[in-house]
Design a protein around this ligand. Structure first.
Ligand SMILES: Nc1ncnc2c1ncn2[C@@H]1O[C@H](COP(=O)(O)OP(=O)(O)OP(=O)(O)O)[C@@H](O)[C@H]1O
Ligand SMILES: [Mg+2]
Length: 471
């Protein structure tokens, strides 16, 4: 129990003093526990793990899996399939083979699973007015777009932004893959992922990429009569693994996950060791190459990559895999400042990779390489217009079009989300004041709309290029 050292030492007379004066050293000592050893951390971690398991067990299904809430007729016709409620009901009545939903009370509102919403949307798309885009745009014959959400500053809203975008893209009808590259595993928790160790993360994909490189290097060594480099057990195991082995489904029917867990951090030590052993290994291509080789880019529409608050090897892989880079930051001096430094680090990191590669390319007379992103946008998150308008205006003036003009408002509902419900799209609107809900939903819908414009623009550019190349 904490004692009020002040009261005891100073009495009521001095109670107007600030709390950091007159702290008695002996009283402070009496409150202190014994020094902490390494095993102390294990004890703390264990306490946290028990608390987490307790929290997580509330509101999960019998097998301990997260479940997604149902969607009401009001919500479907308002947000997901833009038709009048009366028309929606008429179409359902006329087509008894379509999902009919369920109601909690006799004659009450009808509720549907997201799977059912997707079936209904396909029906309206096939039968309904051609003027409305029930099914979102995705050009045929082009790969999924990969989106990395990154900033080396922590707590700026990377995971929240990526998770909300993934959910809104899924509600919009896209097939989504989420890749968690942060060993904190927050994104994995949001999507109810189960990850035992690094073998259920992106790690084996990176290991296989290196293994394939080592194998071809070894072939060259053998051809020259040199001894091959050993392939250890981990690499041998990874050589048989594909993306399908690490992709898991989630409680969202059209969102899959490659999860993360503490052991993924090991990759930050392992990757440089591999690179030392084989300097010609293009580590930054590992994730993209493996996703492409395993057909993942054809199976999904949009792939969101959540990254840790650091510019380590995992982040570099995520960034170089990305077509679209989103950099969330708050409208505060410190976050603006460190985001500027982050772009500086991106520049020097990728420029030094290009320089290293192109030195060799020039010597060998091969074409030079350069990284390229379809689009890069900084996004203001947790925005408070009453306090931050001036700073946001200044940021806009200096960053120009790279700063998305839409600012994601501070939304109290987001921070309150627990284990079962993550963010505005999983929350049941009946649990909130209608207006609070509508405002929160609107700011994330706007975040998605700004992103979707980028996505569609990038796809369309690729489509136009593909068409003109074919002519
Ligand atoms: N629009 C918002 N309104 C209110 N709170 C928000 C909003 N966006 C994010 N938050 C809260 O801010 C905190 C940090 O967000 P988040 O975890 O997404 O950041 P992060 O950049 O992924 O952090 P890390 O660097 O640790 O990975 C969380 O508690 C989250 O709930
Ligand atoms: Mg995060």
């Amino acid at each position: 129990m904490a004692r009020d050292i002040h009261r005891k030492e100073t009495g009521r007379k001095d109670s107007a003093l600030p709390p950091y004066f007159n702290i008695d050293p002996d009283a402070a000592l009496a409150e202190l526990e014994a020094p902490t050893s390494t095993t102390g951390f294990a004890g703390i971690a264990e306490g946290c793990a028990r608390g987490r398991a307790d929290l997580a067990s509330r509101g999960l299904d019998d097998e301990g899996r997260k479940t997604l809430r149902l969607f009401s007729t009001w919500e479907i016709t308002r947000y997901l399939i833009p038709v009048a409620q009366a028309h929606f009901r008429r179409v359902l009545k006329a087509n008894p083979e379509l999902p009919q939903g369920r109601s909690e009370t006799e004659g009450g509102a009808k509720w549907f699973t997201l799977d059912e919403v997707l079936v209904l949307r396909a029906h309206f798309a096939a039968q309904g007015s051609k003027a409305k885009d029930y099914i979102p745009y995705r050009p045929k014959g082009l790969p999924a777009k990969m989106v990395a959400v990154a900033n080396f500053k922590g707590g700026v809203g990377k995971t929240s932004t990526a998770a909300h975008l993934a959910m809104s893209a899924a509600l919009d009808g896209y097939k989504v893959l989420v890749i968690d590259l942060d060993s904190q595993g927050s994104m994995t928790s949001i999507f109810g992922g189960r990850v035992e160790d690094e073998w259920q993360t992106a790690f084996p994909l990176l290991a296989r990429h290196y293994g394939e490189h080592l194998r071809s290097e070894n072939q060259r060594r053998l051809d020259r009569g040199e001894a091959p480099q050993p392939m250890d057990d981990a690499l041998t195991t990874a050589m048989d693994m594909t993306a399908a082995d690490v992709i898991q489904s989630t409680h969202w029917p059209n969102i899959d996950l490659i999860g993360a867990q503490l052991n993924l951090y090991w990759a930050e030590f392992q990757i440089p060791v591999w690179r030392m052993a084989a300097r010609s290994w293009k580590l930054w291509d590992a994730l993209t190459d493996r996703l492409e080789a395993d057909g993942v880019l054809d199976q999904y529409d949009v792939i969101f990559i959540d990254t840790p608050p650091a510019l380590g090897y995992l982040t570099i892989n995520g960034l170089s895999a990305a077509d679209i880079l989103l950099v969330p930051m708050g409208a505060s001096f410190l976050e603006f400042d460190s985001t500027g430094r982050f772009f500086d680090m991106l520049h020097s990191t990728f420029a030094s990779i290009e320089e290293g590669e192109n030195l060799a390319a020039r010597a060998l007379g091969r074409p030079e390489m350069g990284f390229e992103w379809d689009a890069v946008r900084a996004v203001i998150t947790r925005y408070d217009s009453a306090q931050q308008g001036e700073l946001a205006g200044l940021m806009q003036a200096y960053m120009g079009p790279v700063l998305s003009p839409h600012k994601q408002d501070y939304t109290a509902l987001i921070g309150q989300a627990g284990e079962q419900v993550s963010g505005i799209y999983e929350a049941d609107y009946r649990d909130f004041n209608r207006e609070t809900y509508a405002r929160g939903r609107e700011t994330f819908d706007e975040t998605y709309a700004a992103f979707k414009r980028l996505l569609i623009g990038c796809w369309r550019r690729a489509e136009v290029q593909m068409q003109s190349a074919a002519e």
